[in-house]
Design a protein around this ligand. Sequence first.
Ligand SMILES: [Cu+2]
Length: 214
Amino acid sequence: MSHSIFHRFLLLAPIWLICCGMVMDDKSMVMHGNSDRLPEGCVEVSEDINITVHAGRKYAAEFNGKTFAFDQQEWHVPACSRLHVTLINDDTIRHQFMVHGLPAYIYPQGMFHMELYGKGEVTGTLIVPAKKKTYLVHCEIPQHQEHGMKAQLKVAGGDGDLPSIPGISDPVTPDNYPLEWSLPSYLVGLIAIFMGLLIPWGIQRWGRSQSNKM
Ligand SMILES: [Cu+2]
């Protein structure tokens, strides 16, 4: 009996996956895709836009100290446009294309999520809201965002730049190592200068005494 319930569940599972905006296979996944629900304030889809995004190590080469990146760091789209995003993974490791901060009444947790488990491509659709806003786009695999896989989607011009977008904006807390001038550091500095003057003088004196012996 319990066996047949299990089988019934297995038959229902793909239906659940489709109804909840999730499409999944062994190579890729699209979660919270939306091609027909209009966000509040949108009367209709303003435009259909095709976007191709590459993800991979080689796109980080132009950014100092970065390891992963998308081939573009910014997209400008009109309010209420429908985006057909094709993500192409040029690496053999996992990469994601995640948009955050979308209205949660359409996109659970405010998130649109695509993922490739290795080389390949996947396409997903979302409709952006009417408001002028900048959305975070990133890959959430540990350390990928920190190492460069971060971008921004500007709807209707956006509302500013997000921090640490490679080639676009500076980090909130830049890596810098300021020298704190305290009494010990002044003393160390003075000793270093003194030693720097003393050593050549000592060598010169020693050289002279050696030549006097000869
Ligand atoms: Cu990644």
